[in-house]
Design a protein around this ligand. Structure first.
Ligand SMILES: Nc1nc2c(ncn2[C@@H]2O[C@H](COP(=O)(O)OP(=O)(O)OP(=O)(O)O)[C@@H](O)[C@H]2O)c(=O)[nH]1
Ligand SMILES: [Zn+2]
Length: 344
C-alpha cells in the first residue's frame, strides 16, 4: 500500500481529532470517579470583558479564560471580582463563574427601556477629562463630579490638550481649575499630543481601577492610548483568546496598566452621567453645598428664595462658588418629578 502523504493541514486535523478523543476519555474517567471533575478548584478572578452569554475572566496572574456563568448569578459586568473554576485540563472547554464578590462601586446607565443597568464594577478612580477645546462648561464637569460623588468614587480632573492653552485661554481655565482644586479635587494638566503631564497622570492611575469620562472630543481615546501603549493590540489578542472573533463588540473592556492598576473603557462608561436622581441626591453630589444645607433657617428650604438660606449666603460671601450654586439650580431644573433627567 502506498504510504499516504499527509499535508500539514491534514496532520493538524488528525492531531486535533486525537486530542479531542483523549479529552473525551479524560472526561469519561472523571465521570466514573466522583473525586475527579472536569473543573479545577475555585479561585479568584476579575471579569475583563463580556460577550453576552460569556465572560472573559483573568486569574490573579493575569491569564484570561473564557467562562460561562451560573444562571442564578446577577448580571456580571467588567471589573467584577468573581469566584470561578477553570477547566481541569487546559483547553478542555470553558471555565465557570460561580459567585460574585461584593462590589465596591457600580457605574450604571439606562438601557433602551430606561432601566438602569450596571456597566462596570469596582472602579475606584474616575478621571473627568476636559480641554481648552471644546470650550469647557463647569455645568458639564459638575454633572460628572456629582455622578462620581453619588457612586462613591473619588474623581480627578484632567485638563487635556495643555499644548493648546494660550495666554487668552489661560485665565479662564485657571478660574475653572481653582474652583475644583479649592473643593479638593486634584487637577492634572496633560497633553496626549506632546506628552506633557503624562507622567503625573500615570502616577495618579497607578494602583487604581480607573475610567476616563468627559465630553466628546476632549481626548479620552487619545489619553487611553497614551497611558496604555498597545491597547489596540490587546483587543486583537482578546478576540483570539475568546474565540469569538474580531467583530465581537463588547460593552466594556478592562486593561492592565503597565505600572500596576487597571483601566476600564467603553462608550457606555464614557457617557456615564446623572440618571434617575432627585434634587436631594443632586445636592449630596455637591460636597460644599451638602455640608451647608442643614444650616438654612427653614428646614424645608428650597434654597431659591427663602431668607436665611445658608447656601445663598455662602455664595454671596464667597465661601462657595456662585457658579457651582448656579449649576446646581440649572441641573435641578432638568430633573423631573421621577428624578429622571430630561434631555438637555
Ligand atoms: N492638540 C491636541 N489635540 C488632542 C489632544 N488629545 C486629543 N487631541 C485631539 O482631539 C480630538 C479628539 O480626541 P479623541 O481622543 O478622539 O477624543 P474623545 O474624548 O475620545 O472623543 P469621543 O470618542 O467623541 O468621546 C482628536 O482630533 C485628537 O487628535 C491633545 O493633547 N492636544
Ligand atoms: Zn437654603
Amino acid at each position: 500500500m502506498a504510504k499516504r502523504k499527509l499535508n500539514r493541514r491534514q496532520k493538524w486535523r488528525i492531531e486535533k481529532i486525537q486530542a479531542e478523543r483523549r479529552q473525551r476519555a479524560q472526561r469519561r474517567a472523571g465521570q466514573e470517579n466522583p473525586v475527579a471533575t472536569a473543573l479545577g478548584d475555585e479561585q479568584l478572578g476579575t471579569v475583563v470583558a463580556h460577550f453576552g452569554g460569556q465572560v472573559l475572566v483573568e486569574d490573579e496572574a493575569g491569564v484570561p479564560a473564557r467562562c460561562h456563568f451560573r444562571a442564578n448569578l446577577e448580571q456580571l459586568v467588567v471589573g467584577d471580582r468573581v469566584i470561578w473554576q477553570a477547566p481541569r485540563v487546559e483547553g478542555d472547554g470553558d471555565g465557570v463563574v460561580t459567585a460574585i464578590e461584593p462590589r465596591q462601586s457600580v457605574l450604571k446607565r439606562p438601557d433602551n427601556y430606561g432601566n438602569l443597568k450596571p456597566v462596570a464594577a469596582n472602579v475606584d478612580r474616575l478621571l473627568v477629562v476636559f480641554a481648552p477645546m471644546p470650550v469647557p462648561s463647569t455645568a458639564l464637569l459638575d454633572r460628572y463630579l456629582v455622578a462620581a460623588e453619588l457612586s462613591g468614587i473619588p474623581a480627578t480632573l484632567v485638563l487635556n490638550k495643555a499644548d493648546l492653552i494660550d495666554a487668552e485661554s489661560r485665565d479662564a481655565l485657571d478660574e475653572i481649575t481653582d474652583i475644583y482644586r479649592h473643593l479638593g479635587y486634584p487637577v492634572i494638566e496633560a497633553s496626549a499630543e506632546d506628552g506633557a503631564g503624562l507622567a503625573a497622570l500615570k502616577t495618579a492611575l497607578t494602583g487604581y481601577t480607573c475610567a476616563f469620562v468627559g465630553q466628546s472630543g476632549v481626548g479620552k481615546s487619545s489619553l487611553v492610548n497614551a497611558v496604555l501603549p498597545g491597547a489596540e493590540l490587546a483587543v486583537g489578542d482578546l478576540s483570539g483568546v475568546s474565540g469569538l472573533g474580531q467583530h465581537t463588540t463588547t460593552t466594556a473592556r478592562l486593561f492592565r496598566l503597565p505600572d500596576g492598576g487597571r483601566l476600564i473603557d467603553s462608550p457606555g462608561i464614557r457617557e456615564f452621567g446623572l440618571w434617575h436622581i432627585s434634587e436631594e441626591e443632586l445636592l449630596h453630589g455637591y460636597r460644599e453645598l451638602s455640608e451647608r444645607a442643614g444650616h438654612c433657617r427653614f428646614r424645608n428650604c428650597t434654597h431659591r428664595h427663602e431668607p436665611g438660606c445658608a447656601l445663598r449666603e455662602a455664595a454671596e460671601n464667597g465661601e462657595v462658588s456662585e457658579e457651582r450654586l448656579h449649576n446646581f439650580f440649572q441641573i435641578a431644573d432638568t430633573l423631573d418629578e421621577e428624578g429622571r433627567e430630561r434631555y438637555r
